[in-house]
Design a protein around this ligand. Structure first.
Ligand SMILES: Cc1ncc(COP(=O)(O)O)c(C=O)c1O
Length: 398
């Protein structure tokens, strides 16, 4: 998808310098074909599941519309994301509403538009969802988000199902919560939701998700309650360093023996795996300086346009737009007045001068959606590459 032709970095058939010439920097560029390939891989691995794409990863309107066209639904966590999904054409019956702090207004909106399922994050939330449904004279389908107390191997900020995490319902409250839901005539209990973390690449962690889900399904069924389905969240990681990581097909194979006998319907909420490798962020070198024995390359977009390095210590590959021998390791820093604004340390790059363009890879997930206007800088435009053509896309942060 990304390759050098005549020493210029191309996305599909489009030379990226052409986009920079017309649009400037910083700019996000996404490949529609790569998105199609990745969605197909997920759907082939899980043909019977609802793939509810996690809009938080990237709510760009063209990408959302394309995901809809490819049969995906959406996982949304706010009224803004819900509206973005609906306006991209995602049918409400394919929308899953998540979130640990849904307001009453958001709950009402979700019920009014008729989302497929609301994932309840707290035992205390049950009464609020029931009240909203009662007020609207509707019955709403709900799942309970279980916090199984599993610390997966990833950055601590991305462990959301570990002991002590504020997400989901702790183990001791799960059965009482199911009982409460069953007592509410305006709620229909569908099943259990698990999302324990993001950027997961270990077979053990990925396998454990299905095993824990199966254990909980058994417990709830043994207590006499029906479980129709499970939502196993997102979390599948990618190789930010270019290394191979488990594919959806691998995960499906690891889960098969555990899930098949349970006769459940399945919802998945992948975000990163679908869109991270689809996007690059292009930035321009503003200043190269030597300081404290290092070479520091300052570019025109940093933590304001790509927060992941500052927030998670993430390392993205950084490639020059014009191919060249990497001769030295330099630090690439952004323009923001924060010492955390470092896009990459010791990056192998050719000699650079002011005006040169760098591409930050795998920036399609949690890039533009986390961008801010900090330091008075505008949000970056987004461009979509479709084979040989490209166009500026309307943006959407939800
Ligand atoms: C509830 C839920 N589902 C799905 C996702 C998507 O995760 P990922 O992008 O790792 O697939 C997230 C991410 O934070 C989440 O919180």
């Amino acid at each position: 998808m990304l390759h050098y032709r005549e020493q210029v970095l191309h996305m599909e058939s489009v030379p990226l310098d052409e986009i920079v010439r017309h649009i400037g920097t910083p700019v996000y560029v996404y490949s529609l074909n790569e998105l199609s390939r990745r969605v197909r891989a997920y759907r082939e691995a899980f043909p019977d599941a609802l793939i509810a794409y996690a809009c938080k990863a990237n709510a760009n309107r063209v990408l959302l519309a394309h995901l809809t066209h490819l049969g995906c639904g959406a996982d949304v966590v706010s009224a803004g994301e819900l509206r973005a999904a609906l306006s991209a054409g995602i049918p409400p019956r394919r929308v899953v509403f998540n979130g640990n702090a849904k307001t009453d207004e958001e709950l009402r909106l979700a019920i009014q538009v008729g989302v497929r399922v609301i994932n309840i994050d707290a035992r205390e939330e049950i009464v609020r969802v029931a009240a909203a449904a009662r007020d609207l004279g509707r019955q709403v389908t709900v799942a309970l988000r279980v916090n199984p107390g599993l610390a997966v191997t990833t950055h601590p900020h991305l462990q959301v199902g570990a002991m002590g995490s504020h997400f989901g319902i702790p183990p001791e409250d799960v059965l009482p919560s199911v009982a409460e839901v069953m007592r509410e005539s305006h709620l229909r209990f569908w099943g259990l939701h698990f999302h324990v973390g993001s950027q997961l690449t270990s077979r053990q962690d990925l396998t454990m998700i299905a095993q824990l889900a199966a254990e909980w399904v058994h417990r709830v069924r043994e207590a006499g309650y029906p479980v129709e389905g499970v939502n196993l969240g997102g979390g599948l990681g990618i190789g930010y360093d270019g290394a191979d990581t488990p594919s959806p097909q691998d995960v499906a194979a690891w889960w098969e023996a555990t899930l098949a006998p349970l006769n459940l319907s399945l919802i998945l909420e992948p975000g990163r795996w679908l869109v991270a490798p689809v996007g690059v962020l292009l930035v321009r070198v503003v200043q190269v300086k030597r300081t404290w024995g290092r070479t520091v390359v300052a570019v025109d977009g940093g933590m304001n346009v790509l927060l992941r390095p500052a927030l998670y210590g993430a390392r993205h590959r950084i490639w020059p737009l014009r191919e060249g021998e990497p001769v030295r390791a330099v630090d690439v820093v952004g323009p923001i007045c924060e010492s955390a604004d470092v896009l990459g340390r010791d990056c192998p790059l050719p000699p650079l001068k002011n005006g040169d363009i760098l591409a930050i890879l795998d920036a399609g997930a949690y890039g533009r959606s986390m961008a801010s206007t900090y330091n008075g800088r505008p949000l970056p435009p987004e461009v979509v590459v479709d084979g040989t053509t490209w166009y500026v896309s309307p943006s959407g942060n939800g």
